[in-house]
Write a protein that binds this ligand. Structure first.
Ligand SMILES: C[S@@+](CC[C@H](N)C(=O)[O-])C[C@H]1O[C@@H](n2cnc3c(N)ncnc32)[C@H](O)[C@@H]1O
Length: 407
């Protein structure tokens, strides 16, 4: 049996059921220790603490799979963990209006390094670690058996695999190859999901509830949907009767898909605009042109990939939110998001405070938003919380503000 022995005093986090063991916490590694092998984790005293998989190439040397000495990592183990994750999504499975959702949210479902998303009759699997890579064939067979999808497609092309010494991998794992577009349903609205090449596993499933919450404010409104991707927020806003929607994204292909998603739902809207460009520049241009909106949605990509990038990420968030606030008519709504896990909700709120001071606007948070219920947050693993958002009412101060140069 391969055994990882921790340094004295390095067992607190794991006793609190945090599933990561960093290489610096390891005193001794005993056994063959093949990369990806199952290991026992022991305290410096020799006491059994957990069982997990090992990767000597990763800073996260062990990811814990089980805390009980009696639990062996066999095909039956993977089957019971997958069944439990699927059972947690029972409400989604029974919802006739939504057929695309996350089935396995990695560590938060007791399956570190594994993402599985359902897109109607198709499953998309993302393996982020060597330990999952080793067990991928077993996991794929079990999923095929439990859920009988038309096919299971692999989208293991996330950059984080490089930290594990893994190359990107994509392709069919089981069944048929999916088509270029899979039409999914979300809260009764329809979208083309590109599971072969789209962002993440094909669609931003984590924003489902937030699209609905934001759309509630869009009836009869002028909406700027910045970082629109394939128009998720725009389709919901149109369904609620937004009067005009400007979709803005740096990707022409994403904007084309956004227009197609509008048509797919029967919305033939001459009044909407599709603007290709860098949001940081386009929002400045709109400001200079005196353009105004009732609702501004900001859903930028992840800005911070490491702790070293958090400072520059906060500068980016502050800048874009300051610009967004200034484009709003008095009393307008800023719907703003951050998907950088390393930027906490508290920090994001502080950034918005800084942006409001620079914009010279009085801002009230009216709703706090997060990731959908199919992306649960495990309390012992706070890293599973990554998406945060706020809906804010933005007003001009009725009196002179300390910030200079405000219009
Ligand atoms: C998190 S996604 C948005 C998801 C979208 N709101 C949805 O609900 O599907 C971020 C988007 O920002 C776009 N993007 C990245 N950098 C950008 C920039 N500087 N200016 C404009 N768009 C950008 C990407 O092409 C991507 O479509």
């Amino acid at each position: 049996m391969d055994v990882i022995r921790l340094k004295p005093g390095k067992d607190k986090a794991i006793r609190n059921r945090h599933p990561w063991i960093f290489s610096g916490a390891i005193a001794k590694a005993e056994g063959r220790l093949d990369p990806g092998a199952i290991v026992e984790v022991r305290a410096s005293s020799g006491e059994f603490l957990a069982r997990g998989y090992y990767n000597p190439r990763s800073q996260i040397a062990v990811r814990v799979l089980a805390w009980e000495p009696s639990v062996e990592i066999t095909p039956a183990f993977w089957q019971s963990r997958l069944q439990a994750a699927i059972a947690r999504r029972q409400a989604f499975a029974e919802n006739p209006k939504t057929n695309a959702y996350r089935l396995v949210h990695a560590e938060a479902d007791g399956l570190p390094g594994l993402i599985v998303d359902r897109y109607d009759e198709w499953l998309v699997l993302q393996s982020l670690t060597l330990g999952i890579e080793v067990s991928k064939p077993v996991i794929s067979d079990i999923l095929a058996d439990l859920l009988k999808p038309r096919g299971i497609y692999e989208r293991s092309d996330a950059n984080v695999r490089a930290h594990e010494g893994l190359e990107p991998m994509t392709g069919v794992l089981a069944g048929a190859a999916p088509p270029k577009s899979v039409v999914i349903q979300e809260n009764g609205l329809r979208f083309h999901a590109d599971i072969l090449r789209g962002h993440k596993t094909g669609f931003y499933l984590d924003q489902r509830d937030n699209r609905r919450r934001v759309a509630n404010y869009c009836r009869g409104k002028d909406v700027l949907n910045a970082f629109s991707y394939t128009g998720g927020f725009a389709v919901y806003a149109a369904a609620q009767g937004a009067s005009r929607i400007v979709n803005l994204d740096s990707s022409a292909e994403a904007l084309q898909a956004a227009a197609e998603n509008m048509r797919l739902n029967g919305f033939n809207r001459e009044e909407d605009e599709y603007v290709e460009g860098n949001a940081f520049q386009v929002l400045r241009r709109f400001r200079d042109q005196g353009r105004e909106f009732d609702v501004v949605i900001l859903d930028p990509p992840k800005f911070a990939f490491s702790r070293a990038q958090v400072r520059s990420a906060t500068r980016g968030y502050k800048d874009i939110n300051m610009l967004g606030m200034r484009l709003l008519r008095p009393g307008g709504l800023l719907c703003t998001f951050s998907c950088s896990g390393l930027v906490s909700r508290d920090l994001f709120q502080k950034v918005l405070f800084g942006a409001s001071v620079d914009a010279g606007r009085q801002v009230r948070i009216v709703e706090s938003l997060g990731q959908g219920a199919d992306h649960p947050i495990l309390l012992t693993f706070p890293e599973s919380a990554y998406l945060k958002g706020f809906i804010c009412q933005v007003e001009k101060y009725a009196y002179t503000c300390a910030a200079e140069g405000n219009p």
